[in-house]
Design a protein around this ligand. Structure first.
Ligand code: SF4
Length: 437
């Protein structure tokens, strides 16, 4: 348990909506299946008896998929349990945006000790929402809905997608403005991916646009698995622009969003945490680690502002500071990694083009061409080694992925050269044995 920041339980599976890109309603059904409130209470008792104190993630596809039972059975039971245990747990979950239409539900969630909710907002573009069948997001003003949920003491984390067929080239700026203005510190933005067994996958397959199966990484992943309507280079560049802006190198934009959220949350009793010794230790460690970074100045400014303005929830300010560090690292490293990927691919393309030319001339000028091709191969190997050195500076968590890419591009390069050698085996052998004469 010490290795985890939260524990997880699950109340329901399934979702009443039918978003085109989503596999939840297809895998788990349109009618949510629920545990009894009593079952959930027993699970909370178990966590409590095991010594857990702190955040509990209710890992539902859509926590409010069956509002009647959530409001009538579960939330009253959770509230009673929390009162009995002096609000020792803080809940967070996933829900649809129609949560904002139900004052009573938001109030009940707040009273049960919910202080975070993840919502799939996906896009501020009405055309793209219509295209993807996310009709529940069309019924109200999305930004107002987010601010309303926040005002009930719940931070809104949100998912966003770019790459819908209806997305125009202005979508990237629109996404950045939305995330900033709605005060969503933890915005998870991804490129649209067609997961197997979704309506989106079937449609794109019918249209002959599927390139490959997807592994389902839709956050900070730089590729998609289908032929997009927008030029794919523009899409990727725009996507990188969004990431680079919302998790900017000095985190100014990130902290600005945290400030909007903290101002909007007001003083709700359940947002405050009981600060324990490990958290004080973490705060001291984070100070040492974060002050001397590129975003150190903004970090201090953020802490000072909210120590004055929101001293009662200062622990949350610290938490946002630490989360910001996480997003800063993953975004910067992903962008660095992408630059290395692009250099790797560029180096491979150059090699492929040149080797193609040598293949065409090898019959006329065999020995000289093979020597040139061998030198070219050595040059490519050297380029890869230099890029590998750069990759060595990337955070350890990402290194594995980049090594896989290196091995894959190196193999493609060596295979191309072998193929080239096969077109003139005798001379190649002779050059290998005696490269100088
Ligand atoms: S609301 Fe969320 S869980 Fe439900 S179908 Fe849409 S994307 Fe899936």
């Amino acid at each position: 348990m010490k290795a985890y920041s939260s524990m997880s339980i699950q109340y329901s599976r399934g979702c009443p909506f039918r978003c085109e890109f989503c596999d939840i309603w297809i895998s788990y059904g349109n009618t949510p299946r629920l545990k009894s409130a009593n079952n959930i209470i027993l699970e909370l008792d178990s966590l409590y008896d095991l010594g857990w104190r702190g955040p509990v993630f209710i890992v539902d596809d859509n926590f409010i998929g069956n509002k009647k039972r959530v409001k009538g059975e579960l939330l009253p039971a959770l509230t009673d349990w929390q009162k009995m245990h002096r609000y020792i747990f803080r809940f967070f979950t996933e829900a649809s945006i129609n949560l904002a239409d139900d004052e009573e539900l938001m109030e009940q969630m707040k009273n049960a000790g919910f202080n975070e909710v993840f919502i799939g907002i996906e896009t501020p573009s009405l055309e793209s929402l219509k295209e993807t069948g996310k009709l529940q997001n069309l019924k109200s003003d999305l930004q107002e809905s987010v601010l309303k949920i926040q005002s009930h003491g719940m931070e809104v984390m949100a998912g966003f997608i770019v790459g819908f067929d209806s997305d125009g080239e202005d979508i990237f700026d629109r996404q950045i403005s939305f995330v900033q203005n709605a005060g969503i510190p933890k915005a998870m933005v991804g490129l649209l991916i067609a997961l197997p067994n979704t309506s989106l996958f079937s449609r794109l397959k019918r249209e002959g646009r599927i390139i490959c199966e997807s592994i389902g990484n839709n956050t900070h992943g730089m590729s998609t698995n289908f032929v997009t309507k927008m030029d794919v280079v523009k899409l990727k560049e725009g996507y990188k622009k969004v990431l680079d802006n919302i998790y900017d190198s000095n985190l100014k934009n990130y902290f600005a969003r945290c400030n909007i959220l903290l101002d909007n949350l007001g003083n709700t009793a359940f947002f405050q945490r009981q600060v324990r010794f490990p958290e004080i230790r973490i705060f001291i460690e984070s100070l040492f680690r974060q002050i001397f970074t590129r975003y150190g100045f903004q970090y201090i400014k953020f802490l000072t502002r909210n120590l004055i303005k929101h001293s009662n929830i200062f622990a949350e300010t610290i938490r946002f500071g630490i989360v910001g560090h996480h997003f800063h690292v993953i975004t910067r490293e992903m962008l660095k990694m992408d630059r290395i990927y692009l250099s790797l691919e560029a180096s491979y393309c150059k090699f492929r083009e040149q080797i193609k030319k040598y293949q065409e001339t090898v019959k006329v000028n065999s020995r000289e061409t093979i020597i040139k091709a061998t030198l070219l191969l050595n040059q490519s190997r050297q380029n890869f080694e230099e890029l590998k050195k750069k990759a060595g500076k990337i955070d350890a968590d990402f290194r594995n992925e980049i090594i896989i890419k290196f091995n894959e591009v190196s193999k493609r390069t060596e295979d191309l050269f072998k193929e080239f050698e096969r077109s003139c085996p005798a001379i190649s052998l002779e050059v290998r044995r005696n490269p100088i004469s």
